[in-house]
Design a protein around this ligand. Structure first.
Ligand code: CP
Length: 313
């Protein structure tokens, strides 16, 4: 069965259906009502790279819906250190579980896993490739704030070269007619093939190094961390570390409805002064990972979510 490897696996209509399902599941995600739709189902969490949000929100989503989770755990205590391949590991986990969430440092690893598994694979981040489940929670957060995904002005800022969240998100946003400003240091520009692809789909794309000058006309500013772990050369990283540091004082001329998002973790690119501003949305965004992943798990496990969910405090 096909899982979710890139945003190309979902049509716009399917994206909107999943967001609607996620909306209905909010009381379940908040623990206000219990709905064991996934009782008897097991998720295999395979994280070959560090994660807090993706791994834990998948676990929360599964458990709030009555399902169970098994974790590979720390890779250094698994048989991977004995030389077991990803292919063999996937064969085992495929037999133990009904669905797999995979994070791996190698771009393309999620597709590779899906090609060799019977269960659906959810790509929880493959190197500098894609992070589509993050995109679903990002879209949920944007629609929650603006009531639509259509024709918004969106700034994607920071490490656009290695940032897998913005690779997936940019593809999804332009399919809804959004205008994108890509703000990054020159060595961290969005890969040319992605920009070309976005433009080939008719998108309006502006590339700039000037983040501050891009803020005033934005509906969404999506900040990202410089992905230190993807640099081969520490000196190259040092050249761009701390390139963008957003402070609340820079937001005084922004549209009142503008939201600041970040997939997290942050380092120093959003100053804590922004946290208490009307614009900050990154912690709600992280919470939305639970509903977005609940909706994806139900869909890929062919479990129908009721149109009306009773309960809620
Ligand atoms: N947003 C995100 O992928 O966070 P984690 O690395 O903590 O999973």
């Amino acid at each position: 069965m096909t899982g979710l490897i890139t945003m190309n696996d979902l049509s716009n209509e399917e994206i909107l259906e999943i967001l609607d399902t996620a909306e209905r599941l909010l009381p379940v995600a908040r623990g206000e009502t219990y709905l064991p739709l996934l009782q008897g189902k097991i998720l295999g969490n395979l994280f070959f790279e560090p994660s807090t949000r993706t791994r834990m929100s998948f676990e929360t989503a599964m458990k709030r819906l009555g399902g169970d989770v098994i974790n590979l755990g720390d890779v250094s205590t698994s048989s991977v250190v004995k030389g077991e391949t990803l292919y063999d590991t996937i064969q085992m986990v495929d037999g133990y579980t009904d669905i797999i969430a995979l994070r791996h440092p190698r771009q393309g690893a999620a597709q590779y896993a899906q090609d060799s598994a019977n269960s659906p694979v959810l790509n929880g981040g493959d190197g500098a490739g894609n992070h589509p489940t993050q995109t679903m929670l990002d879209l949920f957060t944007i629609r929650q704030a603006h009531g639509t995904l259509e024709n918004l002005d969106i700034v994607l800022a920071g490490d656009l070269r290695y940032g897998r969240t913005v690779h997936s998100l940019s593809h999804a946003l332009i399919r809804f007619g959004c205008n994108l400003i890509l703000a990054s240091p020159s060595i961290l520009r969005m890969p040319a093939e992605i920009v070309q692809d976005l433009k080939a789909h008719g998108a309006t794309i502006v590339e700039t190094e000037d983040l501050i000058g891009s803020l005033d006309n934005a509906d969404v500013v999506y900040m990202t961390r410089i992905q230190k772990e993807r640099f081969n050369d520490e000196d190259e990283y040092k050249k761009v570390a701390g390139a963008y540091k957003m402070h609340a004082s820079q937001l005084s001329n922004c549209r009142p409805s503008m939201i600041v998002m970040h997939p997290l973790p942050r380092v120093d690119e959003i100053h804590p002064s922004v946290d208490s501003s009307r614009h900050a949305r990154y912690f709600e965004q992280a919470f939305n990972g639970v509903v977005a992943r609940m909706a994806l798990l139900c869909r890929l496990l062919n479990v129908e979510v009721p149109e009306k969910i009773e309960g809620g405090k």
